[in-house]
Design a protein around this ligand. Structure first.
Ligand code: MRU
Length: 343
């Protein structure tokens, strides 16, 4: 196995982008190596690789792999190829800003090159982005473990764990670091309809790490909160506006509204690359709309909604900044009204 515990990787010896096919989890663990544009594009589009930081890193690796294959030898041609791939990737999943961020980092690196060092520089940049993600997520875990030191149990939504990053995760990193420190925090994992990232992925990686995990249906969050079973909500995010409005997996805003009602703190765990300094409020965040078949067909033997019923399938929603207690980042813990001081 090439990945050795990571979620995505760069096999530089064979010039391959490597990923775990997450659509097969929890029943099958399959690593895929590829240098094929369509296979890479579809892996992102169909959530074989998913989670904002992971798709950012994977895009950077993929851009390096695709450029390394190029037959072009003039700078302008190499740059045009890179830009063409970059534009296609950016449109593939529009809400997660990390994808755009990683793409821009690769383009920036390319602008400082000439034809002779182009491929090597992009390979180096992709490796840098991958390694940085590991360091950043570890830091988020350390700050988060400190905040959770009196906490017995948390609720999380979607998967913002190691499967959504290179290692550690964002929202689950504090749980892993706390465990290393001898502090066992229980986790309620919302199943996260329609793609079940909570039930399939969060529960998979937490159980693998021997963490006490309870999967609940999305509509059970209020029940466990009311019973006093949840001390904090920890979620990841895909894009944060300057005022702190936060896009994350559909259903997050409902969880945050419930948490406010029950007086439970909500922590959004994220690398700084998820702040979008070009966006003032959540109203400006583009929400990815996905195929309605994911709601009625995907997990059932037979279609589970009537033929004539329509579906609406937004992949993300925006949680208002007023519902967020703080952001746990690699630079420390930041209140929504402090974001502007940092960027
Ligand atoms: O559609 P997905 O599975 O890519 O959505 C993932 C999420 O919403 C995560 O919570 C978010 O990307 C943060 S991952 C550290």
């Amino acid at each position: 196995m090439l990945l050795n515990g990571a979620t995505v990787g760069f096999d530089t010896a064979n010039n391959q982008a490597v990923f775990i096919d997450q659509t097969l989890l929890p029943n099958e663990y399959t690593e895929i190596s590829t240098d094929d544009f369509d296979e890479i594009y579809n892996a992102i589009k169909f959530l074989k690789v998913r989670g904002a930081p992971a798709i950012g890193v994977f895009t950077a690796i993929s851009l390096a792999v695709l450029v390394n294959k190029s037959k072009a030898n003039k700078y302008e041609e190499l740059f045009a190829e890179l830009k063409n791939y970059a534009d296609k990737f950016i449109s593939c999943r529009p809400t997660a800003v990390n994808l755009k961020w990683a793409t821009e980092e690769m383009l920036k690196a390319a602008k400082e090159c000439n034809a002779d060092n182009f491929k090597e520089a992009l390979t180096q940049k992709a490796i840098e982005i991958l390694e940085e993600d590991i360091v950043v997520c570890r830091k988020i875990g350390e700050y988060g473990a400190e905040i959770l030191k009196d906490c017995n149990s948390v609720l999380t939504h979607c998967n913002a764990g190691r499967l959504a990053t290179v290692k550690y995760g964002t929202a689950l990193s504090p749980i892993y670091v706390a465990k290393e420190n001898g502090h066992n925090i229980k986790v309620f994992a919302d199943e996260t309809r329609p793609l079940l990232q909570g039930a399939r992925l969060t529960a998979f990686e937490l159980c693998e790490a021997d963490i006490d995990t309870t999967v609940i249906c999305d509509n059970m969050a209020s029940f466990v909160m009311k019973k006093g079973l949840v001390d904090a909500v920890l979620v990841g995010c895909d894009r944060v506006a300057l005022n702190g409005d936060t896009a994350n997996k559909i259903g997050t805003s409902g969880v945050a509204i419930l948490a406010k009602y029950y007086n439970i703190p909500v922590f959004v765990c994220m690398p700084f690359s998820t702040f979008d300094k070009n966006i003032k409020t959540g109203d400006d965040i583009i929400i990815e709309m996905r195929n309605g078949d994911e709601i009625g067909n995907m997990w059932y033997e037979k279609k589970m909604i009537p033929q004539n019923a329509k579906t609406l399938n937004p992949a993300f929603d925006v949680t208002d900044h007023s519902l967020i207690t703080a952001f746990i980042t690699e630079k420390g813990v930041i209140k929504p009204n402090e974001i502007k001081k940092y960027i």
